[in-house]
Design a protein around this ligand. Sequence first.
Ligand SMILES: Nc1ncnc2c1ncn2[C@@H]1O[C@H](COP(=O)(O)OP(=O)(O)OP(=O)(O)O)[C@@H](O)[C@H]1O
Length: 304
Amino acid sequence: MIELRQLSKSYGSEKAVDGVSLDVPRGTITAIVGTSGSGKSTLLRLVNRLIVPDHGQVVIDGQDAARLPQADLRRRIGYVIQDNGLFPHWTAARNIGTVPRLLGWDAPRIASRVAELLELLQLQPQIASRYPHELSGGQAQRVGVARALAADPDVLLMDEPFGALDPVVRKRARQDLRALQQRIGTTILLVTHDMDEAIGLGDQIAVMRNGRIEQCDTPARILADPATPFVRDLVGEGQRAFRYLSIQTVASLRESGQIAGTALPPETPLSTALEQMLWTGCDMLPIAGGGVIRRDAILKAAQG
Ligand SMILES: Nc1ncnc2c1ncn2[C@@H]1O[C@H](COP(=O)(O)OP(=O)(O)OP(=O)(O)O)[C@@H](O)[C@H]1O
């Protein structure tokens, strides 16, 4: 668990981060969204003490981060930045081994950790000896994540980690991150300016504006009940209904009944079910395990 308590940081007269408090529960993903200049990156750097706050505290599992030795912080907090920040003259393996080397691990231990991480991130072993310019955008991004995970941190900070990827690779990278996080259970604090990314990845979303958090809530609540006009604008009034349907599953609107056809898995998003109904012209589809989903019920949920 990470607790941010009344964190503030000013540059001259400008408050980049202004009294931010936020709880990031262990093993969850918190997405920080907001417009450019709202203080997202500064907030992330306050967490790993790349920047020292003017006021406030970061508490990691009950310990004040300000009192932790640098080496401890490096081990416990991984950091991934846009464009992955790989060292261009180092191979992927050497990049991944950066933190373990700083921590003084011996060579065989580093090599075995690098091999383990390449496998975890689904990278071929031959990637190890390549230089960053010899990697695709998606591979470089995964090497960046592997490097951040090298010392098995409790917390992963990610600043626009998919910013440099094209939309197709980006979508895949997002899904991979979700799966990876579920597997290893790391606590992730992720900055993005992409609301779809925040909705798709976040267990909770913190919306920042002018250095402050305007709302911190689950994606469903941010969509259903934006706390301020700014949050409402950011979510995009016109897209709210569709986004809402994309995070609710057919299981949530299951009704009793029977109908022939290929059953939808219960975790199918309502948006997918609706698309299928509109495409095929039917008004009801079966759900695997029993019951049906009705078009009217989906449309009613979208309006609500
Ligand atoms: N080192 C610095 N010196 C002076 N001002 C800074 C510094 N770092 C950030 N700022 C200012 O603090 C504010 C917040 O910046 P920050 O980079 O945290 O915003 P952001 O939300 O991450 O923006 P973006 O999405 O564009 O990256 C901005 O107005 C920025 O100009």
